[in-house]
Design a protein around this ligand. Sequence first.
Ligand code: PLP
Length: 439
Amino acid sequence: MASELYHKEKTLVMRSRLIGQSCRLFFPHDPIKILKARGQYLYDENGMEYLDCISNVQHVGHCHPVVTQAATSQMELLNTNTRFLHDNIVTYAARLSATLPDKICVFYFVNSGSEANDLALRLARQYTQNEDVIVLEHAYHGHLTSLIDISPYKFQKLGGQKEWVHVAPLPDTYRGMYRENHPNPAQAYADSVKSLVDQVQGKGRKIAAFFAESLPSVGGQIILPHGYCTKVAEYVRAAGGVYVADEVQTGFGRVGSHFWAFQLQGKDFCPDIVTMGKPMGNGHPLACVATTEDIARSFTDNGVEYFNTFGGNPVSCAVGLAVLDVIEKEDLSGNATRVGGYLKECLKKLQEKHAMIGEVRGIGLFLGFEMVKDKSERTPATLEAAHLVKKLKDERICISTDGPWESVIKFKPPMCFSMEDADRVAKTIDKILSEMSTE
Ligand SMILES: Cc1ncc(COP(=O)(O)O)c(C=O)c1O
């Protein structure tokens, strides 16, 4: 086991003193100190093993040897910036291009999902010459000033919606304004975007972009109704704007059946800009914006160079290529379909058994379930969800909550999650919920 520099208590004291307190810890009342990780397992300072259902960033598994070897080899050889010609960046862009529709064929490499979304905003505004942005309720698109402005999840707590930001209803068929019994929720929710576009235009303002996660995660692991994105893109483009698909959490095969979650909407839907991040570098800071030739050209035509010191460097691209290799060689998308499908089935059985599970949803290894106080009213069971997370941690399973009421238990494990892991999680949840119902 890797050694620790300080006892856990000292690390905690130093962290409280030296690190900004708005940087929060998982399980704040009893944080875990992790010294080593492999695959989907984390090991604490005593060598205790935890099953990781949280780390979507370590997509192909913690410390995957193919990825660490690619990084080490390239670091030993060369690391520069993108002003020198190098094969890694072009090879990597070509590999990403092959996963995307033909229209999305120009790439900008950056260092975080936030940088990617900030650049997407600049591209959209430059191309459309418009300013306004439509986002979904509870959305989160990053921590930069520009992105706090378009993240209701954050700006609502900070008390300010900018006049150029407009919030559309979250297409949540469990809790939203149009539910599973609506004959056409996709059209109804898309119509709500159309009305918003009309209102914005009525005020003499113009839409630059519609930003949405292809599956809203902070919103609570929401599956957008089929056909919604195609309709929204039609309305937004008719108003002069572009469609930005935020794939920072959902891309790289997590949904199993497709490489990108926006592809769940069908072949007739293609965004104008795609942003990606978290899983791309398996923990190495690597993110990207992909867009059309026309949008890229308008950005070039403003005459201002785009330079990003670290974005797209040879080491980052070597890491990105290794991640793609592992996804392919280990058939991790197939694993997401098989294991995610099995876990979803197990959770659905638990839903029949336990009054506290209101809905199970998701696809591949992007899953969640709603904890409710009662199934008919669907009252969010926030405290119960927190209790379940705490109890799971006692059983050495790391998991988190999300959604507007923190009542959604969220699964986004490394993609090497196994059937045995799924069984263990389902059995443990069953045991804890049974105990909770008799307490
Ligand atoms: C959907 C989405 N977009 C963007 C971001 C920002 O990414 P980063 O933290 O890499 O800046 C996040 C981060 O949680 C995210 O979940």
